[in-house]
Design a protein around this ligand. Structure first.
Ligand code: G6P
Length: 611
């Protein structure tokens, strides 16, 4: 949610900033801007994508070795040139970019207006720029002090990069609630919302914590808290390959990421699940394993696709480990005064590790004394640092805004955890344990097989690309997959879609079914197969169009459904990992056929760092 990039050193800043913004564009893409300091501070900003900014800037002088850049996902003020970042203070002493929300901005704005400040944009960020400048001029203090004092008056969340005209050899970064990473080079520093713009320049990074302020110059870095306590920076080495950030011949990141799943799932369980020894080792959970084994209840929290993965987790933990599970939207959990006990295990699931509601829910659960675990993809992000223990999904960077490989990686981690716990709790016997491990190892090649039928999905997508509604039905483990399939279609093709438990259809959605309504039914051979066959009959009786995802060799549904897509059979517990692939392909092709921007769908952002 908004991407931030900054540079100070001996190189030209603009190429570094614009490339960095392209890498961060998944975080927001309604406007973009840069500010370059070269005696004066020059600001260039534009509504639209980073490429529009680059075109706009092509004939301008952008030389300078200090600069900041921003790609925006609007919170305050509609996307236009004026509201785009960077924002300048009224007397042009400060220019800053911001990710987050200043919650008390209207009160601060009124006070500044009383003192003669005029505002040109609708943003909360301009208020902050003016507040810093007001303190700087009135108090005759340094830029750093002005920033720290201003931030002590702010309620809300921010990741900030700030330039001060009077102190041109410095760049100031500050963080509260919105992620910021500092890249440490030779006589140069980088600032970014995540490590992706930094990795091509340096592998040494410092993750800022809440309330940290970093003052960067070519000669060094000083790190302190807002209250002026000195901190010792901790340098981490990142292990991210630049190739993982490219499309590698695919038209879209989303398609690349769909096709990566055989590999990414393997990466998630490789080294953790031993096929020979039939063992599961989750190193990140060792310290909490005794608590997990004794758990009376697990609460899973997440948002969007991660919440759907959590629902699959509910079925897994309850079935394999017999531990009661509740799955909660982080945004509801944090505000509804939930009952949290000290012996509860809370599992937060998040691809980005930065989702604001999930982070806030974690803090609440920790305050209540629960043990909080994280299942995250982005190494070093806020959630893994905020939780007691956890497991990284190791799916590699996910750039497409619609989540695909992160979902299957999250489900893989939940599966490993549930199998391990079920065995430790003596719910599943050795034979069942071994059989689950064997089948987990078969999943990547079974996904390969589904992906080989990609052309079939394109063919069906052509038939339904102009539909205005879709219904997705599933039962048991496949109910969350139905929700995820509907979400994928909505997100990238803008077709209205609903996911439903197949039996629940009778209690409402059945009224929508007519000869125009495509109904995607997840009807693989599992324990509710007979029931789902009946549900298909109910749809057919109302002239609905059934697109059924079935197990290879199915003959019964083939006779009833209008379209049948076969996938390999697997155990019920692992079926979500296979059945979601056809739904990802279907939504991808439909969106491309409708000329939608698959990787950057309208109004969405990959990482939602505001509540
Ligand atoms: C956004 C993304 C979704 C994602 C959700 C949760 O809405 O567009 O794809 O599922 O945030 O994100 P997280 O990073 O916490 O998994």
């Amino acid at each position: 949610m908004c991407g931030i990039v900054g540079y100070i050193g001996n190189k030209q800043a603009y190429p570094i900033l614009i490339n960095g913004l392209k890498r961060l564009e998944y975080r927001g893409y309604d406007s973009a801007g840069v500010a370059i300091l070269n005696k004066e501070i020059k600001i260039f900003k534009k509504k639209g994508k980073v490429s529009d900014l680059d075109d706009f800037v092509s004939s301008k002088d952008v030389s300078g070795t200090v600069g900041i850049g921003h790609t925006r996902w609007a919170t305050h003020g509609e996307p236009n040139d004026l509201n785009a970042h960077p924002h300048s203070s009224m007397n042009n002493h400060f220019v800053l970019i911001h990710n987050g929300i200043i919650e008390n901005y209207s009160r601060l704005k009124e006070k500044l207006e009383d003192r003669g400040y005029i505002f040109y944009s609708d943003t909360d960020t301009e208020v902050l720029a003016n507040l810093i400048e007001y303190i700087y001029l009135k108090g005759k203090v340094s830029a750093e002090i002005a920033v720290r004092l201003a931030l002590s008056k702010v309620v809300g969340a921010y990741g900030l990069a700030i330039i001060c005209k009077g102190e041109p050899d410095k760049l100031i970064a500050a963080r509260k609630g919105s992620p910021l990473v500092i890249g440490v080079g030779e006589g140069e520093y980088y600032i970014a919302s995540d490590a992706t713009p930094i990795v091509e320049h340096t592998k040494s990074v410092i993750y800022l914590n809440d309330d940290d302020v970093a003052i960067l110059s070519k000669d060094g870095l000083s790190l302190k808290t807002i209250k002026n306590d000195k901190l010792t920076p901790k340098i981490h080495k990142i292990n991210l390959d630049i190739g993982e950030l490219e499309k590698n011949g695919f038209d879209h990141f989303m398609m690349k990421e769909i096709f990566e799943q055989p590999r990414s799932i393997l990466d998630t369980f490789r080294g953790r699940v031993s096929l020979d020894k039939k063992e599961i080792h989750l190193g990140g959970l060792y310290s909490v394993m005794p608590k997990l084994i004794e758990a009376k209840r697990i609460i899973i929290i997440g948002c969007g696709t991660s919440w759907h993965a959590g629902l699959v987790g509910e079925y897994l933990f309850e079935e394999l480990a017999r531990i009661p599970v509740e799955v909660e939207y982080a945004s509801e959990f944090r505000y509804r005064n939930p009952i949290i006990n000290e012996d509860d295990i809370v599992i937060a699931i998040s691809q980005s590790g930065e989702t604001a509601d999930t982070l806030a829910a974690i803090k609440l659960a920790k305050q209540a004394g629960a043990t909080v675990l994280g299942i995250c993809n982005v190494v070093g992000s806020s959630i893994p640092r905020e939780t007691h223990a956890g497991v990284y999904t190791h799916a590699g960077p996910e750039i497409g805004v619609a989540s695909t490989k992160a979902f299957t990686a999250q489900v893989t981690v939940l599966t490993m955890m549930a199998i391990a716990l079920g065995y430790e709790r003596e719910i599943i016997d050795k034979q069942n344990f071994d059989s689950l491990i064997n089948e987990l190892y078969n999943i990547p090649s079974k996904i390969e097989k589904i992906l080989k039928n990609n052309s079939q999905y394109l063919k069906i997508s052509k038939l339904f690309k102009d539909s205005t509604n879709f219904l997705y039905l599933g039962r048991g483990y496949l109910f969350p997959v139905a929700l995820e399939g509907a979400l994928k279609l909505k997100e990238i093709s803008y077709i209205h879609a609903e996911g439903y438990p197949a039996a629940e259809m009778k209690h409402g959605p059945i009224a929508l079914i007519d000869e125009k309504m495509p109904v995607v039914v997840l009807a693989t051979k599992d324990k509710s197969y007979e029931k789902i066959v009946s549900n298909i009959q109910e749809v057919k009786a109302r002239k609905g169009i059934v697109i059924a995802i079935v197990s290879e060799g199915d003959t019964i549904i083939k006779k009833m459904a209008n379209h049948v897509l076969e996938i390999p059979e697997t155990r019920d517990e692992l079926a979500a990992l296979l059945t979601v692939i056809p739904l990802q392909l279907l939504s991808y092709h439909i969106a491309v056929l409708r000329n939608c921007n698959v990787d950057q769908p309208r109004n969405l952002a990959k990482s939602v760092t505001v509540e």
